[in-house]
Structure formats: C-alpha cells, structure tokens
Design a protein around this ligand. Structure first.
Ligand code: 13P
Length: 267
C-alpha cells in the first residue's frame, strides 16, 4: 500500500490518481454495491500502481466510508463539493469539517457543472480549495474551457485564468500536493474525448502555470488529471501522455467493471 498522503517537497514520481465522480447518481445501497464490485475487479498491484478514489453524493459517504474501513478496501473517499465555512446558517450545505470527520481524503472544487449551474466563480473555488486544505484534505480543482472558447483559440487564456484564480494564495508547499483536473467542458458527458495529445498539451500548460505561481518543485509534484468522456477504451491513450497523471471519470465510473478496467489501464 503506497497510497498514504504525499508530503509536499518529496522527490517522488507522481502516482497516477483515478477518481470516479458519480455526480448525482446512486443511493447509499447502490453505492456500497458499486464499491464492492469495483474492489472485486481490482488486484493489489492495481492499487499499488494507481491511487483509486470514489466521490459519491453526500448521502453515501458514510456508508462507503464504513465499507472501505471495515473491509480494508484501499479506495480513497472523496466528496463532490463543500462549503468553505466551518458551520453556520448555510441551509443545504456541507462543511469541510464534516467531510474530514468522515475521513474524506479528497474534495472536488469547481467542477464545471458547479461553475455553470450553481454560479461558482474562481473566487469561490479558491475559498473552497483553501479550506479543504486547512482541514487536511486534498482539493481536486477542476478547470476547463467551453467549446466556443476552444474554437476561438482561447483555451490557454481561459484555463490559465481559472488556474491562477482558483489557486491564488495557496502556498508553494500546498500547491505541490493538490490535484488539478483538466476537464474541457465540451468533452464532459458528450462521448467526445479530447485528442490525447491536445489534452496532454493543455495539462502541460497548466503545469507551467502552477510553476509560475509556485515554483518548479510544485509544478513537478502537482498531479493533473484529465476528465471528459474517459472510458476503458480511451484511457490508455490518455494516460500515455506523460503530463497526464490520472483521470476524473464521470459516467463510466458508475459501472464497476468499466471503472476497474479504467484503473487497470496498463493491462
Ligand atoms: P464524463 O466522464 O461522464 O464525461 O464526466 C466527466 C466529468 O465531469 C468528471 O468530473
């Protein structure tokens, strides 16, 4: 088992991280079944090679936590969002402290669906990322351009601004330990994956921006995932891009066998 949290500044190779973002799918009973099935399809060496994360809806976090702890399943738990305050009058919200208490290791911040449908700005994402870190968890900070922005040749401008805005004020040490997910909006849920070399180029660009903000060590150790219509059929080509350190998987992560095949992309 090598999936302990990495300390910043460690001169280690970046361990690939494959996370399932279940979005608003599956009740807690279905959640348990999915994790059990995925684990059944994974071998110890898969977990050694890849950090595996599932991000169920809030209502399933406790059930999945109990399962993975009780059965010693080496899958890390992540949440899909959180508020940035500790507690208070924020009806419907969940605080980072609550997630940390459930032993969540990761929290997604700034998914494009939250940006587009719930008005999350870079400033909000930044607040969330900072508070997630302050509670000992790792943010998975999502960025990505819309189709019209890509077509207008504005991908780097848009993604660069998102990275700078979302990560402002995060220390160099912390920057090296976070996860960024590059998810071009036009590739999410559309079956239209970015060409691996295009995704690799944007991920390389993001690494460069992290380097400008936080220095070379942070750029070298930050893990950057690709997300957007990742399947068991295209994951190997995506992971072959040396800049890409993992995948944030939506639809295909709801199928235990497919998700396990994605984790086993080296086979
Ligand atoms: P799909 O894999 O369904 O395209 O979703 C990607 C995503 O949004 C993961 O966060």
């Amino acid at each position: 088992m090598t999936d302990r949290p990495r300390r910043t500044g460690e001169a280690v190779a970046r361990k690939p991280i494959i996370a399932g973002n279940w979005k608003m799918n599956l009740n807690h009973l279905e959640a348990i079944a999915l994790v059990q099935k995925a684990h059944y399809h994974l071998r110890e060496k898969d977990y050694d090679a890849v950090e595996v994360v599932v991000c169920p809806p809030f209502t399933s976090l406790r059930s999945v936590q109990t399962l993975i702890e009780g059965d010693r399943i080496p899958i890390a738990l992540g949440a899909q969002s959180c508020h940035w305050e500790e507690k208070g009058a924020f009806t419907g919200e969940v605080s980072p402290a609550m997630l940390a208490r459930l032993k969540c290791s990761y929290v997604i911040a700034g998914h494009s669906e939250r940006r587009a449908l719930f008005g999350e700005t870079d400033e909000v994402v930044n607040r969330k990322a900072k508070t997630i870190i302050a509670h000992g968890m790792t943010p998975i900070v999502c960025v990505g351009e819309r189709l019209e922005e890509r077509e207008a040749g504005r991908t780097e401008e848009v993604v660069g601004a998102q990275v700078r805005g979302s990560l402002a004020g995060i220390t160099r040490e912390q920057l090296g330990a976070i996860v960024v997910a590059y998810e071009p909006v036009w590739a999410i849920g559309t079956g239209r994956t970015a060409r691996p070399e295009d995704a690799g180029a944007v991920v390389g660009f993001i690494r460069g921006v992290v380097g400008e903000i936080g220095g070379t060590a942070a750029a070298d150790s930050v893990r950057i995932q690709y997300g957007g219509s990742v399947t068991e059929g295209n994951v190997a080509d995506i992971m072959a891009q040396h800049e890409i350190d993992g995948a944030l998987v939506g639809g295909a992560s709801l199928d235990a066998e497919k998700f396990a095949l994605i984790v086993r992309y080296r086979d």
